[in-house]
Design a protein around this ligand. Structure first.
Ligand SMILES: *Cc1c(COP(=O)(O)O)cnc(C)c1O
Length: 369
């Protein structure tokens, strides 16, 4: 093991940078003595409404809960099929399974997002919704997906977990469909100090239902109108997220700068960087390249002090948990091929241009480029 020169994540450095403001958040919240569903939570939701342009933001315990709450509110459950992508974190499919519905996978494009041209062939009388994922922070091709949903009368739930600050034709990720959910997990761009999330919607009824579901279905302290769950955003995290939202654009700008250094410096033809189209604004929660001989590249980077991570080596349809859905290797060839090639390079906002240049040079060195 050589010394780490370019760390993949650095939340400690982030703490150094933000220490004063974070401690002030702790002080403000704890001194008031109220820690559940106080005005701080609703103020944060209002700030997200202003930032994203969604009509409603309903905060909740995490991004996965947001997906489940949204599907419950839309009446998606047993017997329903939900069309989704095999390239994501397992929660995209897990949430579908947990509401009792069946995921139906559609292969991806070279940018790793669901391929809209393959969706219609998978629609059956049981299809209730499409759940696209804006993978890495690039919004899926929503114009095409919305047109299909409209034609076949399907709901859309966007897994926009990574989409804070991501846009498609100037519209914010998570605001296209019936509902979109955001995660504020510590590894996302807008991150809490622990788990957190929210659901965005333009629909008054969905917002009202999810507000009830996330807090036991309680209309007031004494009246439960439907049974819900406990999925509330902590007050301390709401206060921290409110502060961090003011810094989000700067965080993304620094990440984008680092990505552009990679784009300039990586010369190896064996590394494919999916281009960002002019109507896309990528939020760069992750910077994922597709590389030949990926595992050896990763080991080489490690030997040069450059950390990298595989997101992910197994597409969702090939996990043991997905066995019951009956997929096999070969069913989704693009996603399967990518699983052997994807590698996320370190690009976070606390890396200097010099550090990114070291990582890019190590990539070129591996391929002799
Ligand atoms: C992070 C993430 C989730 C899960 O969010 P949590 O807040 O960790 O529950 C779901 N989908 C995608 C695409 C994610 O990146």
């Amino acid at each position: 093991m050589s010394d780490i020169k370019v760390p993949f994540i650095d939340l400690q450095q982030r703490f150094v940078e933000e220490r004063e403001e974070l401690m002030a958040c702790v002080e403000r919240v704890l001194s008031k003595g109220h820690l559940v569903m106080t005005p701080e939570v609703f103020e944060f939701e209002q700030k997200v409404v202003e930032y994203t342009g969604a009509k409603h933001c309903v905060s909740c315990g995490n991004g996965t809960d947001g997906l489940m709450l949204a599907m419950w509110a839309l009446g998606i459950g047993k017997g329903d099929e939900v069309i989704t992508t095999p390239i994501s974190f397992v929660a995209s499919t897990g949430s579908i399974a947990h509401v009792g519905a069946t995921p139906v996978y559609v292969d991806v494009r070279d940018d790793q997002n669901i391929d809209p041209t393959l969706i219609e062939a998978k629609i059956t009388p049981k299809t209730k919704a499409i759940l696209p994922v804006h993978w890495g922070g690039r919004v899926a091709d929503m114009n095409a997906i919305m047109a299909i949903a409209k034609k076949h009368n399907l709901k859309i739930v966007e897994d926009s977990a990574q989409s804070m600050g991501a846009y498609y034709y100037d519209k914010h990720g998570g605001t296209f469909g019936d509902a979109g959910t955001i995660s504020t997990h510590p590894l996302k761009n807008l991150n809490a100090v622990g788990d957190g999330g929210m659901m965005l919607t333009n629909d008054d009824e969905i917002a009202a239902k999810v507000r009830l579901y996330r807090n036991h279905g309680l209309q007031d302290r004494d009246t439960c109108v439907m049974y819900g769950v406990n999925s509330r955003l902590d007050v301390l995290n709401a206060e921290i997220l409110k502060y961090r939202l003011t810094r989000l654009d700067d965080v993304i700008a620094r990440r984008r700068r680092n990505v552009s250094i990679y784009q300039d410096k990586i010369k190896a033809k064996q590394v494919y960087i999916p281009p960002v189209r002019d109507y896309e604004k990528h939020s760069y929660v992750m910077f994922i390249v597709q590389a030949e001989n990926r595992d050896a590249l990763k080991a080489h980077l490690e030997s040069r002090g450059v950390q990298s991570l595989v997101y992910y080596g197994t597409p969702l349809h090939l996990h043991p948990a997905a066995k019951r859905y009956g997929y096999k290797r070969g069913d989704l060839p693009v996603a399967e091929r990518m699983a052997d090639r994807v590698l996320a390079l370190p690009h976070h906002q606390n890396l200097s241009p010099e550090q990114v240049a070291i990582a890019a040079a190590a990539v070129n060195e591996f391929y002799g480029a």
